[in-house]
Every structure is written in C-alpha cells, then in structure tokens.
Design a binder for this molecule. Structure first.
Ligand SMILES: [Ca+2]
Ligand SMILES: [Ca+2]
Ligand SMILES: [Ca+2]
Length: 295
C-alpha cells in the first residue's frame, strides 16, 4: 500500500510540474490519511479512531531530528508518533499525536505551519497593516503539549496573528488526555483540528476569509515540530527550549511556507476497515476515564 501511495504522489508531482515551492525536507512527500464523510474523528483527546490508520501515514521519533540544539534522538527523553489526516466531508485537517516526554511541563509545545495552497513564501511579512496580512496566506499555530487545565497553561490555543476568533469558529480546536505523572514522565494524546485557509482575514472574521477547499490528490504545505522543555518553564529561561524536534527540518518552518513539508492528500484507503472505529460514545467514555487519571 505504501508503494501505491507513493506512486500516486509521484504522478501528481509530475503533473503539477514545478508550480509548488514548499518542500522541506527536500524530496520527501508525506501522506495524509482520508476519513470518509461521516467517519471523522471525535475531538476528545482519545485517539482510538486512529488505531485503524496504517503505518505509512504515521511519522515517528526518528523523523524528528533536533534542528537547533542537536540533541540526539533518545526515546527515553522524547518519543513521539503523529499522523496528519483530513476529510472532504468537513474540509478539516485532523492532526493526532502520542508523545512520551520524560518531563511533561506546560511549555512543551507542538507547533504547526500550514500553507494550504502550497504557494510558499513568508507568512508574516512586514506590511503597513500587519493585523490584516500576518497569517493571511499561511498560518502558524502552537499547541502547548501538556495536561490542560493546569496553572500556567493559559495560551493553549496560541496563534501567531490577530484571529483570536478561530477556536469559536471551529477552525482551530484542540484537546488531549494524559497518562503519567504531572510535571514528570508521561504520554500526551493530542488531537487538533484546523480549517485550511487561502486568505485569513483576521480583522474581518470568518465571513471575509477564504477557505481552501481540500482536494483528494493535491499536495498541501504543512509542517510541524515539537519544542521540548525539560528543565524550567518558558518564562524563566527566556523562551529557550532543550530540543526542537522538527519534521520539516527547516529553520523558518514557524513563519514561512517554504519551511512546510509536502503532504499528499491520499484517497480513502481501501485496505482499511472503517467499521473497526470505536463508536464516539465508547471513545468519549474512555476519554473521561483517562482524564480522570490526571486528577
Ligand atoms: Ca478522538
Ligand atoms: Ca524530554
Ligand atoms: Ca518536556
């Protein structure tokens, strides 16, 4: 199946020619898994739906080199798997990850760059109206990757831009559950959903913004990384982190579409048994049980 996905992606690339400019790491195309309409995941911090997704759609620890500090990959310090998925039914992108961290503290962050139309370029150019044009053509998001509801975790929906209305619109939502020891070793199960956008009009709101219609077979720009804090919090150490685990391997992935990875929007995978997805009732109940572990 992996081969079939790659062949399809290659065919698309040849058809599209050189029109797209966001390629990092160069020559690598990741595949985004497609949910049939009506079978999209439930945003509850429980990843049981994702159990049906075959290996080729997952990215794993060895694909996340630390591109800033050069910390060696060490699963006893940080061990992650993540998958990017989408639905033509909702036009949403669904990201899911399971992250083991030896020290799970509030600044631990999952950061995204989305350049849906794959045009590349600076997402935060200096203009005479930055409130309007910052994050217009591509968007940066930061999700604090730790237990929600703790003291000090307020900006869990960090977004670089003035569109503070994204969560209430349903265009940027997150949740998670956690198994482990508070401020110690544990695994975060994190679900995030995004609306892909070609023109985000932050001051004017959703009605004046342009949604990017996802299309099976296209390649979108999407990159992510994790900032791993293992010593003290962001405020104390002035923004530094101990490691920058980076799928895109691009230094400016946080502000440039050029730093996004290529994600191929795969067809519905015929090898997958979608009837094996647990019902949302089961998943939600399990979510409450797991959330209870945090108390
Ligand atoms: Ca879920
Ligand atoms: Ca760590
Ligand atoms: Ca950490």
């Amino acid at each position: 199946m992996a081969r079939r996905i790659m062949v399809a992606a290659l065919a698309f690339t040849l058809i599209a020619g050189g029109s797209a400019s966001a390629h990092s790491p160069e020559g690598e195309i990741f595949s985004a898994f497609q949910w049939p309409p009506g079978l999209e995941p439930v945003l509850d911090g429980v990843g049981s739906e994702y159990g049906i997704i075959p290996d080729p759609y997952w990215q794993t620890t060895e694909q996340f080199p630390d591109t800033q500090g050069g910390r060696d990959i060490d699963p006893s310090n940080f061990d992650a798997k993540a998958t990017i998925t989408y639905s033509l039914g909702t036009n949403l992108i669904y990201a899911y990850s399971e992250v083991f961290d030896d020290i799970s503290i509030p600044p631990d962050t999952w950061q995204f760059m989305i350049d849906a139309d794959h045009s590349g370029g600076d997402c935060y150019p200096d203009t005479d109206d930055n409130a309007r044009w910052h994050a217009s053509a591509c968007q940066q998001y930061e999700v604090y990757n730790h237990i929600p509801g703790e003291e000090g975790d307020d900006p869990v929906h960090f977004f670089w831009g003035t569109a503070t209305w994204l969560p209430e619109e349903g265009w940027y939502n997150i949740t998670c559950t956690f198994d482990g020891e508070k401020d110690g070793a544990g695994t975060v199960y994190r679900e995030v959903q995004f609306m892909p956008l070609d023109d985000l009009n932050s001051p004017a709101g959703a009605a004046e913004s342009v949604i990017h219609p996802l299309a099976e077979g296209e390649i979108i720009g999407l990159g992510y990384n994790w900032m791993d804090y293992d010593e003290v919090g962001r405020e104390v150490q002035g923004g530094g982190w101990q490691a920058f685990y980076n799928l895109s391997q691009h230094d400016r992935m946080y502000r440039s579409g050029d730093g996004a990875c290529d994600f191929f929007l795969a067809p519905v995978d015929e090898t997958v048994d979608f009837s094996a997805i647990p019902s949302s009732v089961d998943a939600t109940t399990w979510g409450r049980v797991k959330a209870g572990f945090v108390q």
